[in-house]
Design a protein around this ligand. Structure first.
Ligand SMILES: [Zn+2]
Ligand SMILES: [Zn+2]
Length: 137
């Protein structure tokens, strides 16, 4: 069930604008993470800078998170409603080497890492690579 997009924005203290609503709509339609370049392809009338700023606003307010999947272009995906992007909230990502899509495995938390004394954890990312279920068929 899709929530009212304005509620999603308001919940994250993001002022709804036409552009933000459009970008959010695209993001909610994705089953895999999307890069800025891919997002740009879906907008013919919006420039890259505006799209990038919109993504940054979303990321700063924890509506979306960014993923470095090792391809060189950062991907973005929606956060779950309760996500605060703390190390405890983070999940494993899966990069398919066949379709080159990056999936959020929201149900798979990143295993805890026991750091040496006086090392503080700030963030952690884990990308698993392989063949996704769509490509395996
Ligand atoms: Zn695939
Ligand atoms: Zn994710």
């Amino acid at each position: 069930m899709m929530e009212n997009p304005d509620n999603l924005l308001n919940n994250r203290n993001i002022k709804p604008t036409a552009m933000r609503e459009l970008v959010l709509k695209v993001l909610t339609e994705q089953t895999t993470a999307i890069s800025l370049a891919e997002l740009e392809h879906k907008f013919h009338k919006a420039d890259k800078v505006t799209l990038f700023r919109t993504l940054k606003t979303f990321e700063e307010n924890k509506l979306i998170h960014s993923i470095d999947d090792g391809t060189g272009s950062v991907k973005y995906a929606l956060c779950t409603e309760s996500c605060q992007c703390n190390p405890d909230d983070l999940h494993v990502h899966f990069f398919c080497t066949s379709c080159l899509h990056t999936y959020c495995l929201n149900d798979i938390p990143i295993p805890s890492v026991n750091l040496p004394v006086h090392f503080n954890l700030e963030s952690i990312s884990m990308v698993v690579k392989g063949i996704c279920s769509n490509c395996k068929k």
